[in-house]
Design a protein around this ligand. Structure first.
Ligand code: GMT
Length: 382
């Protein structure tokens, strides 16, 4: 198939999922065309069957708000015509779904070189539904563009349910969970060798990975680590960057634990780093899925997260990780202390986490579900 993929290229899990999906599809022989304003962050090296088309937005003085969604729709329609795309797959409803809808209309009108129906699939990820899309100013257009989609998928059952409640959409929503490349995300001996770059042999390593937005409750990460390091010799790695970073840095300084925390900023090749850790902290206000927790699990890192949204669909409490109420930093710290103080339990849970990631969320299991979804959309559209 020839597939156009659009996502937010630089921030967040939806862009990561879209990029990894594109890479996996390309490896399976599909032609994948990324259409976005910037090259997706995980698209680091040239790959066969992968193409990238940048969307240029004209900055005319009259445009206080340059219309990216229109420029995107135009580029989608162009790329679809020139490269004879079979379908568009957009990640995150706003504004991508609206742009795809316009592109579909453009290809269906008399001006199109070859007039035809260009189907689009919308994948819902999280705040496009739970926050942004439910904002009264965005809700009607989000609902409309989801309903107009030729196919709709959501990354967890929780998100599907929320979408039905908030948007009352009529188009059927198929749950296709997020996935991880289990061959890449693995705790290898080479990864373990890098442990000494971050901690002494007698210290445990905790990690946090996110875009440091308020929804991630970054200060809770510091609060939890503060409690843990008083009981267990340990270090904290903070991977990522965003608006809450300096607040966290100051909190660490004020607590006198800044020297035990390394803020690594945005990182490439996460799979080479995650496996050095023992435990991942993900105390978010809400996660529709929690991709970072899944990536940690694949690397045998035990996740400690909040019992919200789609996270319980990923983590089996007490077996493959731990779940606690939002803001309950004491309980999350106690879980971390418990597992970090018992090497046998840490190993057992790490192995169970990887086994669960492999059995339920491996790319090799999930990508065929997307291919099947595309085929069904194309069959309905022909
Ligand atoms: O909704 C967001 O926060 C943005 C979105 C993104 O683009 O990063 O994150 C969501 O999608 C991820 C990938 O599917 C999920 O793993 C995250 O749980 C989800 N975030 C939230 O629901 C807060």
């Amino acid at each position: 198939m020839r597939i156009g993929i659009t996502c937010y290229p630089t921030y967040g899990g939806s862009g990561v999922v879209a990029t990894e999906l594109g890479l996996e599809l390309a490896q399976r022989g599909h032609q994948v065309h990324f259409i976005s304003y910037s090259q997706p962050i995980r698209l680091t090296e040239p790959q066969p069957n992968i193409h990238y088309h940048e969307v240029e937005v004209s900055r005319y003085p009259l445009f206080e708000y340059p219309p990216y969604d229109l420029a995107l729709a135009t580029r989608m329609a162009e790329v679809a015509e020139i490269y004879e795309l079979d379908l568009l797959h957009v990640h995150y409803a706003i504004p991508h779904s609206v742009s795809a809808m316009l592109a579909r209309q453009m290809l269906g009108c008399d001006h199109a070189r070859t007039r035809r129906h260009l189907p689009y699939v919308t994948t819902l990820h999280g705040t496009d539904i739970t926050l942004v899309g439910a904002d009264p100013s965005y809700l009607p257009i989000t609902r409309f563009s989801i309903d107009q989609s030729d196919g709709v998928t959501s990354i967890s059952s929780y998100l599907k349910q929320r979408t039905l409640e908030v948007f009352e959409v009529r188009t059927p929503i198929e749950v296709i969970p997020n996935f991880v490349n289990c061959d890449l995300y693995e705790r290898t001996p080479e990864v373990m060798q890098r442990r000494s770059e971050y901690a002494r042999a007698d210290e445990k390593i905790l990690v946090h990975l996110s875009n440091f937005r308020p929804v991630k409750r970054i200060p809770d990460v510091i609060e939890i680590f503060d409690r843990v390091q008083k009981q267990v010799p340990s270090r904290l790695l903070m991977i990522g960057d965003g608006p809450e970073r300096s607040r966290a840095e100051w909190l660490a300084v004020n607590k006198g634990i800044h020297d035990k925390i390394e803020f690594l900023g945005k990182q490439d090749r996460i799979h080479e780093k995650l496996g050095v850790a023992d435990v991942m902290l993900l105390p978010s206000e809400l996660e529709s899925f929690g991709l970072a927790a899944l990536e940690a699990m694949a690397c045998e890192v035990v996740p400690i997260a909040t019992n919200e949204g789609g996270v319980p669909e990923v983590i089996d409490h007490g077996k493959t990780g731990f779940l606690a109420a939002v803001g309950d930093v004491d309980t999350m710290a106690n879980y971390a202390i418990e597992v970090l103080s018992d090497d046998a339990k840490l190993k057992r849970m790490g192995e169970a986490a990887r086994a669960s990631a492999q059995a339920r969320f491996c790319a090799s299991k999930i990508i065929p579900l997307y291919e099947k979804h595309y085929r069904a959309v194309l069959d309905r559209s022909s």
